[in-house]
Design a protein around this ligand. Structure first.
Ligand code: NAD
Length: 477
C-alpha cells in the first residue's frame, strides 16, 4: 500500500508510523530555517481559513466566534510566532562549565529531536490543543501522528484537511475516529506521546507508553481552586472569575473549579458575581440563554452529567445562589452558583468541567490551604488578595501546575511560562521553549580535548596513588 496524502491513518496506523521513520531520521539534521518553513505553512493556512475554523467549532458546540479567535486561533498563532522568533536560539547547543575533576574536557548539551511523536487531543479547545502541541513537535524536529477528539467531528475533519494539504503523511498525519483509534496508536513504539485529556485516560496512556518506555507529556485536568481572601477586591475578583469560569461554558481545563471564600467576603462576593454575570452575559435582561457569547455543552452525556450533579448537590443540601435552569434541546445549562456544598457531593469530588461554581467558606488562610492540600494537586491555583505575605504563604504551602495571583486563566497565553500540571493534573510542561523541550532529547556530549587523560591514574590495578586521588575527590569535590 502506497501512502498518499489522503491515506487514512486509521486504516493503516502501523504503515503510517513506519513511513515516518526515514523522515524522523533525516529531520535529526534539519535546520531552524527548515523547521520554521513548516511552521509558516501552518500560519498561512490558518490565516486563510480563519472563518472555517470558527464555523467548525461553532458547529461542534456553539462556541462564540470571538472566543474562538481568542482561545483557539490567537494562542496557536502566538505560539508559532514565538517559536519562529526564538527557534534558532533554542536549538543552539548549550555549553556548560567544566568542573575541576573534568579539567581537559569540554561539554555541551545538544537538543536532538526525539523522533516520531503521537499527539492525542481533547475536544474542549479542539483546534488549539491539537495544533499547539504540533507546533512544539515540528519546532523540535519531530514527525507526528495526531489523534483529535471524536466529540468535535467538524473541527477534527478540518484539522485532517489542513494537515493533508500541508504535509505528506510521512511527516504529519491525522487519525480520525473513536477511542479504538487511540488505542491502536498507543500500541506503537512512539518516541514521545503528548496527551491532553482527563487524568483517567492519562493513566491509560501512561500504561501503554510504559510498554515501549515512550516518554510522555500528560496535560490533564482536575479541580483548580480559587482562594478569595479577606483583603481581596471582590468586584475585581468577581469580574475576572466570571469570565474565567464561563468562557467556553466552563469547559476549560484551567477554569476555576470551586471558590474558597473568606467568611467576611462571602455575601459581597456572591452579589458581585451576580452583577458580573448580568453585565457580561445578560446586559439587556433577556436571559443568559439568549447571549451570543455563551457556548453550549458539548454532548448529551456531559449535559446529563452536569444536570445530575446540580440535582444531586441540591438533594444533599446545596443552595442555588444563581442559575439552575436547563434546556436539554439546546444543551444549555445556566451559569449556576452553589453554596452550602459539602465533600459528599459530586461537584466537590470530580472536575466540574461545566458552568457550575460551588463556593466553600473559610475562616482563615490555613484552613483554605489545608482544604486544597487534602485534594489531588490541581492544574492551577488562583489567589485573590492584596497582601503579598498571604499570597506567598498560599503559593508556598500548596502545590499546583501553575498559579495566578489576582487573576485567573490568562497565564495560559503567556508564551514564556511553562504550562501544565503536577502528578494528578499532569506530567511535563507545554508551550514555547517548554513545549520544544518536551519533544527534544537533551543529549549531554563530552569531548576529551587535551588528551591528558588523568583518569588513567584511576584504572586498575588500584594502587595507593589511585586510592589517594579517589579519597581527595570525595573530600574536595
Ligand atoms: P478524554 O480524556 O476523555 O479524551 C481525550 C482524548 O483521549 C480523546 O482524543 C479521546 O479519543 C482519547 N481517549 C479517550 N478514552 C481513551 C482510551 N480509553 N484510550 C485511549 N484514548 C482515549 O478528555 P476530554 O473529555 O476530551 O477532555 C476533557 C479533559 O481534558 C478534562 O479532564 C480537562 O481538564 C482535560 N484537559 C486538559 C488540558 C490541559 O492542557 N491540561 C486541556 C484541555 C482539557
Amino acid at each position: 500500500m502506497l501512502l498518499s496524502p489522503s491515506t487514512p491513518v486509521n486504516s493503516a496506523p502501523e504503515l503510517v508510523f513506519h513511513s515516518q521513520l526515514p523522515t524522523s531520521l533525516s529531520w535529526r539534521t534539519s535546520t531552524a530555517d527548515e523547521r520554521i518553513g513548516r511552521l509558516k505553512k501552518i500560519r498561512n493556512w490558518i490565516k486563510e481559513h480563519q472563518q472555517d475554523i470558527r464555523d467548525a467549532i461553532k458547529n461542534d458546540f456553539g462556541k462564540p466566534e470571538p472566543e474562538t479567535d481568542l482561545s483557539e486561533i490567537y494562542p496557536v498563532t502566538a505560539e508559532i510566532n514565538h517559536s519562529i522568533k526564538l527557534l534558532k536560539k533554542w536549538m543552539r547547543p548549550i555549553s556548560v562549565s567544566t568542573p575541576l575533576p573534568m579539567l581537559g574536557t569540554s561539554a555541551k548539551i545538544y537538543l536532538e529531536p526525539k523522533g516520531r511523536s503521537l499527539i492525542i487531543s481533547p475536544w474542549n479547545y479542539p483546534f488549539n490543543l491539537t495544533i499547539g502541541p504540533l507546533i512544539s513537535a515540528l519546532s523540535a524536529g519531530c514527525t507526528a501522528i495526531i489523534k483529535p477528539s471524536e466529540l468535535t467531528p467538524h473541527t477534527s475533519e478540518l484539522i485532517s484537511k489542513m494537515i493533508s494539504e500541508l504535509f505528506p503523511p510521512t511527516e504529519v498525519s491525522v487519525a480520525l475516529g473513536e477511542v479504538t483509534v487511540s488505542q491502536a496508536l498507543l500500541q506503537l513504539p512512539f518516541d514521545h506521546i503528548f496527551f491532553t485529556g482527563s487524568p483517567a485516560v492519562g493513566k491509560i496512556v501512561m500504561k501503554a507508553a510504559a510498554e515501549h518506555l515512550s516518554s510522555v507529556t500528560l496535560e490533564l485536568g482536575g479541580k483548580s481552586p480559587v482562594i478569595v481572601n479577606q483583603d481581596a477586591d471582590c468586584k475585581d475578583a468577581a469580574e475576572k472569575l466570571i469570565w474565567g469560569k464561563f468562557v467556553n461554558c466552563g469547559q476549560t481545563c484551567i477554569a476555576p473549579d470551586y471558590l474558597l471564600v473568606h467568611n467576611s467576603q462571602l455575601d459581597n462576593l456572591i452579589s458581585e458575581l451576580k452583577v458580573a454575570l448580568q453585565k457580561m452575559y445578560d446586559p439587556d435582561f433577556k436571559g443568559i440563554e439568549t447571549s451570543p457569547d455563551m457556548a453550549r455543552i458539548v454532548n448529551d452525556k456531559h449535559f446529563d452529567r452536569l444536570r445530575n450533579s446540580i440535582e444531586e448537590a441540591v438533594t444533599k443540601g446545596a443552595k442555588i445562589a444563581f442559575g439552575g435552569k436547563f434546556d436539554h434541546q439546546t444543551r444549555y445549562i445556566e451559569p449556576t452558583i452553589l453554596t452550602h456544598v459539602s465533600d459528599e457531593m459530586q461537584v466537590m469530588q470530580e472536575e466540574i468541567f461545566g458552568p457550575i461554581l460551588p463556593i466553600v467558606p473559610f475562616s482563615n488562610l490555613d484552613e483554605a490551604i489545608a482544604y486544597v492540600n487534602s485534594k489531588p494537586k490541581p492544574l492551577a491555583l488562583y489567589y485573590f488578595g492584596g497582601s503579598t505575605e498571604q499570597s506567598s504563604k498560599a503559593l508556598q504551602e500548596t502545590s499546583s501546575g501553575n498559579a495566578v495571583i489576582n487573576d485567573c486563566v490568562i497565564h495560559y497565553i503567556h508564551t514564556e511560562l511553562p504550562f501544565g500540571g503536577v502528578n494528578n493534573s499532569g506530567i511535563g510542561k507545554a508551550h514555547g521553549y517548554h513545549g520544544f523541550m518536551a519533544f527534544s532529547n537533551e543529549k549531554g556530549v563530552l569531548k576529551q580535548r587535551v588528551g591528558l587523560n588523568n583518569v588513567t591514574l584511576l584504572r586498575p590495578p588500584y594502587g595507593i596513588r589511585a586510592k589517594q586521588i579517589i579519597a581527595s575527590l570525595i573530600k574536595w569535590f
